[in-house]
Design a protein around this ligand. Structure first.
Ligand code: NCD
Length: 326
């Protein structure tokens, strides 16, 4: 792999190797590649939000192609492009020719024909970003494909843990909640296990299957049992919009068994990190006092989202092309 020396000496970005034009998931990334993104993102994260950055994406156009709702991911991709001097176009799926029967591939090809360098796509169908990557010249970044993967979310989760703990090796990280429907869970499992963390999946049996153990993770149905061993608790939203039927009798019963609340916090390690990808449902997976309390790094995750997306865009749009990879 060719070495691409960065133009970011002011930022003290490292000299990096990167071959991929697309970021489709963490499953296909090696531990070394994940470390590279996190290393670059951690340098971006050190720059205050108001400080100027080199215009690394000058002349590049990125389209945000979101077919599902989003607050954090969409906004932070847009901010990441703008902070690095690129152009961003926000595509409104509901106001497009998709409503006239155009396929997603034809829509993407049409947008690409106008001279787009990257497509950031969120779609309810697993594999939609992979389909675009096979058919477009532009870089494709997966911003969530159904319940499959959400690589930049897992990367920002890992960056946040690294900032607080220095390493992921040997840490116990619990992903609590709707594992069955969570793309955040899948990407976190790939990333965390690859960097040496012990992952526990915890939730009701209707949402957490023992089959996940094949990925080298532990499965538990009792949050109270695992709590004292956890260094990090990542509380996932119940994805009602992806479920055919209710996976538990009532939200109240779910909260009774799995919500992170003040009583449970007292049973946890004194320095436990409380995380959530958001949006959070206060009173369901987390109580308001814990979400806003001193252990919570939920807003720090949001801040880190911009740094991670700057790193991914720079690597895929600038460094990979300098390396001469297809
Ligand atoms: C997640 C998503 O959309 O997959 N949120 C996010 O991107 N920050 C998780 C969720 O919707 O619960």
């Amino acid at each position: 792999m060719a070495q691409a020396s960065s133009q970011l000496s002011a930022l003290e970005l490292p000299s990096v190797s990167w071959r991929r034009r697309h970021l489709l998931g963490l499953e296909e990334l090696s531990a070394e590649e994940i470390r590279t993104v996190l290393e670059v993102a951690s340098r971006f994260a050190q720059v205050p939000a108001t400080a100027p950055l080199p215009e690394l994406l000058q002349g590049k156009t990125v389209v945000n192609l979101f077919f599902e709702d989003s607050t954090r991911t969409r906004t932070s991709f847009a901010l990441a492009v703008r902070r690095l001097g690129g152009e961003v176009i926000d595509f409104q799926a509901s106001a497009s020719s998709l409503s006239k029967g155009e396929t997603i591939l034809d829509t993407a090809r049409t947008i690409e024909a106008m001279g787009v360098d990257a497509v950031v796509i969120r779609h309810r169908t697993p594999g939609a970003p992979h389909l675009l990557a096979q058919n477009l010249q532009a870089s494709v970044i997966n911003a969530g494909d159904g319940p499959h993967e959400h690589p930049t979310q897992a990367l920002l989760d890992m960056l946040t843990i690294l900032q607080h703990r220095g390493s992921l090796e040997g840490l116990t990280v619990a992903l609590v909640g709707d594992i069955a429907h969570s793309r955040t869970a899948r990407s976190n499992i790939w990333g965390l296990t690859r960097l040496g963390a012990h992952v526990i999946l915890c939730g009701p049996a209707t949402l957490v299957s023992r089959r996940w153990e094949a990925l080298g993770v532990e499965v538990s149905y009792s949050l109270d049992d695992i709590l004292p061993r956890c260094d990090v608790l990542n509380l996932l939203r119940i994805q009602f919009e992806r479920q055919q039927s209710r996976p538990f009798p009532s939200v109240r019963e779910y909260a009774h068994l799995y919500a992170m609340n003040r009583q449970r916090l007292e049973q946890a390690k004194p320095n436990v990190l409380i995380m959530a990808p958001g949006p959070i449902n206060r009173g369901v997976e987390i109580t308001a006092d814990v979400a806003d309390g001193s252990h919570s790094v939920i807003l720090k995750q949001v801040t880190n989202g911009v740094a991670v997306r700057m790193a991914v865009l720079w690597l895929c749009l600038c460094v990979a092309q300098q390396d001469g990879q297809p």
